[in-house]
Design a protein around this ligand. Structure first.
Ligand SMILES: Nc1ncnc2c1ncn2[C@@H]1O[C@H](COP(=O)(O)OP(=O)(O)OP(=O)(O)O)[C@@H](O)[C@H]1O
Ligand SMILES: [Mg+2]
Length: 345
């Protein structure tokens, strides 16, 4: 088995060798990438390195892998990580049902062969020497990692939320990502038949090992700039008027600057924009209340936001005056929003 670096099924018009080309190809799927993200994607493809995306919830990490698969004309193979994920779920399992069926189908023939055995012990010894071919590739049930390695057509392998697994799983991943091969002791070693594009995502709930980070191109994906977020919302909710999109994005950005348990994610901003379009009059108190309930996920966060909105204006300070209300909250600091609040609690 050989590694074939073939991107043959890539969308005809997609040029993934330039930053602009990657941006455009992703845009055809509705995904809006910053120049930084598009550049890293392009490098990961050119250098044949896994791409590790870390960042808060809902900033488009998983969606990037889906968009890349669609833009590149590749099948998406997804390994969803969780605590307790083991080799059987990540790598392969033996297909016991098929093995059993196979043995049952051979039953008549086996009985005929064993008829000559004088006693049970001899029959048992005879059986032990028979190779039923049960531990061959035909009876393997590939799980995502082996599926990506065995695939005849190039795939995008998404290892989603890798920070949710234990470190032992990381060791297995490292082996597969570094060697691009999987060893099944009973069968042998399978080397990647095509070059998968690998995307790993993490919510940063725990520090990933240096070894894993070293093997990947690593990018921290933060909340988008206002301009890109408006583009994203317009791409996902094209029916929403520009002015409404701008209002909702501004509102979400001002909320992200507050010490919330969970800062509004891009997907919530998209929902809020749709809701605002239906409700109309984004400036009215009633609409704002509904938007808070779409954008905020904890009662304590809603209370904090209400308190800030109704708090009396602070006395003018000698330097820059910041009035603690939503409408005039200071510009979003995405880094602050990410620290401990963007990720899952
Ligand atoms: N850059 C983007 N372009 C288009 N849509 C986006 C973008 N970023 C986010 N979205 C929208 O936000 C939704 C959530 O994105 P996604 O599921 O990829 O987030 P995530 O970073 O993987 O979050 P989590 O860490 O919770 O899994 C997507 O379904 C998509 O509609
Ligand atoms: Mg995700």
């Amino acid at each position: 088995m050989t590694t074939v670096g073939s991107f043959a099924r890539q969308r005809e018009s997609a040029d993934l060798t330039t930053t602009a080309g990657v941006r455009e190809a992703l845009a055809t799927t509705g995904y809006v990438a910053s120049d930084e993200l598009a550049t890293v994607v392009r490098l990961a493809i050119a250098l044949d390195r896994p791409l590790l995306l870390e960042g808060p919830a809902g900033v488009g990490k998983t969606e990037l892998a889906k968009a890349l698969a669609e833009a590149g004309g590749r099948r998406l193979v997804r390994l969803q990580c969780y605590e307790g994920l083991d080799d059987n779920r990540a790598l392969y399992e033996w297909d016991y049902a098929r093995q059993l069926l196979h043995v049952q189908m051979l039953r008549d023939r086996t009985s005929a062969e064993l008829a000559s055995a004088p006693d049970l012990a001899t029959a048992s010894a005879m059986l032990a020497n028979v190779d039923f071919g049960l531990y061959s590739e035909a009876f393997l049930a590939p799980r995502p990692l082996l599926d990506a390695i065995l695939s005849e057509d190039p795939v995008v392998l998404l290892v989603d939320e890798v920070d949710r697994t234990e470190e032992s799983m990381e060791a297995l991943l490292l082996e597969v990502l570094a060697e691009k091969q999987v060893t099944v002791p009973e069968v042998g070693t399978f080397t990647a038949r095509t070059a998968p594009w690998v995307v790993l995502t993490s919510n940063d709930t725990r520090e990933l090992s240096g070894a894993l980070k070293r093997r990947c191109l690593h990018l921290t994906v933060d909340f988008p700039t206002a301009e890109i977020e408006r583009e994203i919302v317009s791409s996902r909710a094209p029916d929403v008027e520009e002015g409404v999109v701008a209002d909702v994005v501004d509102l979400a950005r001002s909320l992200r600057d507050l010490p919330l348990r969970k800062a509004p994610s891009v997907s919530e901003v998209i929902d809020a924009a749709r809701a605002a379009m239906l409700l109309g009059d984004t400036a009215s108190a009633a609409t704002r209340e509904i938007l808070y309930s779409v954008l905020l996920k904890y009662a304590s966060d809603t209370e904090l936001v209400r308190a800030r909105a109704t708090a009396p204006a602070a006395p003018p300070a000698p330097e820059r005056t910041v009035v603690p209300s939503i409408a005039s909250a200071p510009p979003n600091s995405t880094t602050a929003a990410f620290r401990g609040r963007g990720g899952r609690s």
